[in-house]
Design a protein around this ligand. Structure first.
Ligand SMILES: [Zn+2]
Ligand SMILES: [Zn+2]
Length: 446
């Protein structure tokens, strides 16, 4: 043990494998009797009353550095404070910050242990105790915050309930070897996954990163700890390129060139590539048929049906009002044999995700495709198509809902928006594999 560590009680970190920065701060402060107002002198870190100390110890490089320096923490221990080490994909980790509230296993926290493994949204149970991981206080249920209030012990809820047993914390984990081997297994898997996996998250993300739980391919060892799949607000898909026989008249490269204009965010419309056009036309047609009687005017109905080559049913009841421009703009606009898609009814996060899936391909204007790009274009196009088509189907209903309050009547599938989370897995030599997970937003933004 380094001399600096020896100064602190409870700092036998070799017996606490996988301990998080939050866990480290909690142990050191509890067992050495420091409250936040002492941190500056005792540990060399300053915190404000309103600071969420878990967020600081997870996302603030500066605070982690300060604590590591005071403790003279060995590199191996410091490495476990880094969220990126626990992630099975590459991404901008700041997108996770909103949702990364302190989550703990009651049994582990009692002995002063917390690991970033217990924060992973794809695990619902403690890998060592099988206990449900929680964010709320054991007694009152309110979110258990570790904040910088001057005189509070970390781990004590506002209601007074103490989640840490100092005596047990002094002894630490009862089976550090097992904890160490589970952590090592997980970290090795995550490192391997990171080499081939990229996460494209909606920004700003408004809903839960729990959406990731359904698309992260966990190793068997952790299957028993997965969240139950009873999450109806999450829907996952695996976009695949269309089979050869159904590609129609347009090849994937031509599609890619059209989608490229998505990157230009000033545009209000893009030319919808062949397959996406077909899909969107079919979506609009299906939606129009499902609307309550008297929703659309005659003219609007034909605009919804024409791109799909359909006509109104005989018993169609038109709305008794003038056409509304906002509704007329929703379906694909046909000019000659080209179709144009209005980008206004696509939500910004979806459009952003579609851009970034596309940018991942690394196409450059005027340059021929490399072999790997040519291999990946069809899958990426299918994924972009999935994102745009679903976002369009949802957006169109939200816009319609502004004019047709009937859509919000109980019993109907209310207009709503979802956010796409995309995982791209690419191994050298084989085409990219893409999964999209849609998380339904709890409310509909205007
Ligand atoms: Zn536990
Ligand atoms: Zn409480």
């Amino acid at each position: 043990m380094s001399p600096a560590l020896r100064r602190f009680v409870g700092a036998a970190f070799v017996r606490l494998p996988g301990l998080s920065g939050t866990g480290t701060l909690l142990r050191i402060t509890r067992l050495n009797r420091y409250v936040p107002r002492d941190y500056r002198f005792a540990l060399g870190i300053t915190v404000r009353r309103s600071d969420d100390l878990h967020a600081l110890m997870t996302f603030s490089e500066k605070r982690k550095e300060q604590l590591a320096e005071t403790l003279n923490a060995p590199e191996a221990m410091r490495a476990h404070w880094d969220l990126s080490a626990w992630m099975p994909f590459m991404c901008d980790f700041s997108v996770l910050a909103l949702e990364y509230v302190f989550r703990y296993c009651p049994e582990c926290l009692r002995v002063g242990y917390h690991s970033l493994l217990q924060q992973a949204p794809w695990l619902a149970r403690c890998p060592w105790h099988g206990a449900q991981l929680r964010t709320g206080c054991h007694r009152c249920g309110a979110q258990l915050r570790l904040d910088g209030s001057a005189g509070t012990w970390l781990g004590v809820c506002k209601c007074g309930h103490d989640h840490v047993d100092d005596r047990k914390a002094l002894r630490g984990l009862s089976d550090p070897t097992n904890v160490g081997s589970v952590c090592a297994n997980y970290l090795a898997w995550a490192a391997q996954e990171r080499e081939k996996t990229t996460l494209i998250a909606p920004t700003p993300a408004m809903h839960s990163i729990a959406a990731l739980a359904s698309i992260v391919p966990l190793p068997r060892l952790f299957w028993a700890m997965r969240p139950s799949s009873g999450h109806t607000r999450i829907h996952s898909v695996r976009p695949r390129p269309e089979s050869e026989g159904r590609t129609g008249t347009e090849d994937a490269t031509a599609t890619a060139i059209k989608l490229d204009s998505l990157v230009d965010s000033r545009r209000a419309m893009i030319e919808a590539p062949g397959r996406l056009g077909h899909r969107i036309a079919a979506t609009a047609c299906q939606l129009a048929h499902q609307l309550p009687p008297g929703s659309l005017s005659d003219g609007e109905m034909s605009l919804f049906l024409e791109p799909a080559g359909a006509t109104a049913a005989r018993d169609f009841v038109p709305a008794k009002r003038r056409s509304i421009l906002e509704i007329r703009n929703l379906p694909l606009a046909q000019v000659g044999n080209r179709c144009y898609l209005d980008l206004h009814c696509l939500s910004k996060p979806s459009l952003g995700v579609a851009h970034r899936v596309f940018r991942w391909l690394g196409l450059e204007a005027g340059k021929a495709l490399t072999g790997a790009q040519a291999q990946d274009v069809p899958v990426c196009v299918a994924a972009v198509g999935e994102v745009l088509a679903r976002s369009y189907a949802e957006g169109i209903r939200v816009v319609l809902g502004r004019h047709l309050p009937d859509l919000y009547r109980p019993g109907r599938n209310r207009p709503h928006l979802s956010e796409p989370w995309v995982l791209l897995r690419k191994q050298a030599g084989s085409p990219v594999k893409i999964s999209v997970s849609w998380a339904r937003l709890p409310y509909t933004p205007e």
